[in-house]
Design a protein around this ligand. Structure first.
Ligand code: MN
Length: 250
């Protein structure tokens, strides 16, 4: 099995090492990751600058690794070009250093790595450590162990061509795994105004996620309850029910 690995936390991120060491137990691995952290870059790609690729030493000789001065989407496409121009069997993205729950999916560079794999016609999985309290230390071993235990299910699950899996693993031993939908994660105080030393305002985006009211059968709810959440996400963004209604009234 040929496995391409990327992330959005950069080539030096501990979560990348965790995911790669598990993948290496199951197949031939190539890591192609951004040369620095690129979190929240979403599905952006680099178009106006050349992409440079450097091979780096990583884990063991059997794992080839490259850093790219680009984004997760660039890494997947460059990785396929230099590694497996005919495609590979699996694209893994992660393990991210925080949750990608609900609407986070639309901002996430980790998820974008899986989206790009899917667009290339390859089974793709994004994995994130769902810490819900930023003061916690992330234990990536929990994500790695979960991935190892669920490897067969993930790699054999029947997925239509445009669907990938978004996985969030809790930062404590999971009670189990739930297959759930995408929740609606809303942030409170998203933009904070501050002042620079000259009294001019500037704005910092971040905010605290409001997880309360997470509906059952969603990723947010599952993680809150202590379960790993697996959400199938489709790249067909068409709302077919609304489309039919509009076509009828047109
Ligand atoms: Mn990240």
């Amino acid at each position: 099995m040929r496995i391409l690995i990327t992330n959005d936390d950069g080539i030096h991120a501990p979560g990348l090492k965790s995911i790669a060491s598990v993948a290496a137990e199951f197949g031939e691995v190539i890591i192609v990751a951004p040369d620095r952290e690129r979190s929240a870059c979403a599905h952006a790609m680099t178009m106006r600058e050349p992409l440079r690729v450097n091979e780096v030493k990583y884990l063991a000789a059997r794992v080839k690794a490259f850093e790219v001065n680009g984004l997760p989407v660039d890494c997947v496409n460059v990785g396929l070009t230099i590694g497996w121009p005919d495609g590979c069997d699996l694209v893994l993205s992660g393990i991210n250093n925080g949750p990608n729950l609900g609407f986070d999916v639309t901002y996430s560079g980790t998820v974008a790595g899986a989206m790009e794999g899917t667009i290339n016609g390859i089974r793709s999985i994004a994995i994130s450590m769902a810490i819900l309290n930023s003061s916690e230390t992330i234990n990536y071993d929990l994500g790695a162990d979960w991935l190892r235990e669920n490897w067969d299910d993930l790699t054999h699950a029947e997925l239509p061509p445009l669907v990938f899996l978004n996985v969030n693993v809790p930062n404590h031993p999971a009670k189990g795994t739930r297959y759930v939908g995408m929740g609606q994660r809303v942030y409170k105080d998203r933009v904070e105004m501050r002042e620079d030393p000259w009294g001019r305002p500037y704005y910092w985006q971040g905010g605290v996620a409001v997880l309360d009211g997470a509906a059952p059968e969603t990723d947010i709810h599952a993680v809150k309850e202590g379960y790993a959440a697996v959400t199938p996400v489709s790249l067909d963004w068409t709302d077919h029910a609304v489309l039919k209604r509009l076509q009828k009234t047109a």
